[in-house]
Design a protein around this ligand. Structure first.
Ligand code: ATR
Length: 274
């Protein structure tokens, strides 16, 4: 019998997840289908329950429902709790379990695909919204020497810092605090790229050969252009993170880990990572 999975969000028509999971299923020989569900802004919970009532086994959750998904779950993994958000729901008759694979996806893309180990590195994470929160703890667990969390509204960065622990490693502040500092890795988790904007970054923040990572994907962002022009040796968009967070969800549901490299390469041919 074919098992049913999907991704739920609003809007959802641009989601790559059906394509990614269908490819994972083909490659691993798993008998499943995967659809895109568009729920109205006030209709998330009924849509999930309806999907489960019709035999649905799992859902990925995307904008704007990750916090609502978190509240819906009877059980949550530690990393979902740290993220305060859920992107992977496992559905069965007993209840709904939630996980968050975004941070694992980013870490795996950086370390495994891009060959950039995080231990001992000086990291700057830009942003303090849901995207930053989802990856903060998984980054800290890789033991960087320091992680500076920077946000336009510094108080939000400091609030996240207070929650996250790791007082020896984690600092927080605003863009002014970047003056005179440099980093081995700068990750853009702000929404600036969506608006085609560049956060106010100093030109000397990239150490020789540093890596720059934009969690947005699909086009060359002002942040990646800036990084390349000011010393970054590696500049990657978030297409690898997208595929890796999907692979981690697939593993949670099916206990099989799909290969990702080829698919990232195919999808990246349309972005600039290729
Ligand atoms: P997401 O869930 O994608 O993180 P969000 O919760 O709305 O979305 O957070 C957006 C993040 O991008 C915030 O950190 C925001 O900064 P503020 O907290 O000060 O609002 C940041 N952001 C949005 N536009 C930005 C811009 N043009 N420059 C710098 N930071 C920006």
């Amino acid at each position: 019998m074919t098992d049913h999975y999907g991704v739920i969000g609003h809007p959802i028509s641009h989601s790559q997840s059906p394509r990614i999971h269908t490819e994972f299923a083909r490659q691993t020989g798993q008998d499943l289908d995967y659809v895109a569900l568009d729920a109205p802004p006030d209709g998330f919970v009924p849509a999930v329950l309806d999907f489960r009532a019709h035999g649905g086994r799992g859902l990925n959750v995307t904008v704007p429902f990750k916090a609502e998904a978190y509240r819906l779950c009877a059980t949550l993994t530690e990393r979902a709790q740290a993220a305060g958000a859920v992107n992977t729901l496992s559905l069965d008759a007993e209840g709904i379990a939630g996980d968050n694979t975004d941070g694992a996806g980013l870490v795996r893309d950086l370390q495994h695909n891009l060959g950039f180990p995080l231990a001992g590195k000086r990291i700057c994470l830009l942003g303090a919204g849901g995207a930053a929160r989802g990856v903060l703890k998984p980054l800290l667990l890789e033991a960087p020497s320091r992680l500076l969390l920077v946000n336009r509204t510094p108080a939000k960065a400091r609030a996240l810092q207070a929650e996250a622990g790791h007082p020896q490693t984690l600092e927080a502040g605003g863009f002014d605090d970047l003056a005179g500092q440099d980093f081995d890795l700068v990750i853009n988790a702000t929404a600036a790229s969506l608006q085609d904007e560049l956060p106010p970054l100093p030109k000397d923040m990239f150490s020789q050969g540093a890596a720059a990572y934009d969690m947005m994907y699909g086009r060359e962002t002002p942040f990646l252009r800036f990084a390349r022009a000011h010393g970054a040796g590696l500049a990657a968009d978030g297409i690898g993170m997208l595929v890796e967070q999907a692979a981690e969800s697939f593993f949670i549901w099916r206990r099989v880990r799909p290969a990702t490299r080829e698919l990232i390469r195919t999808l990246a041919a349309r972005s600039e990572r290729a």
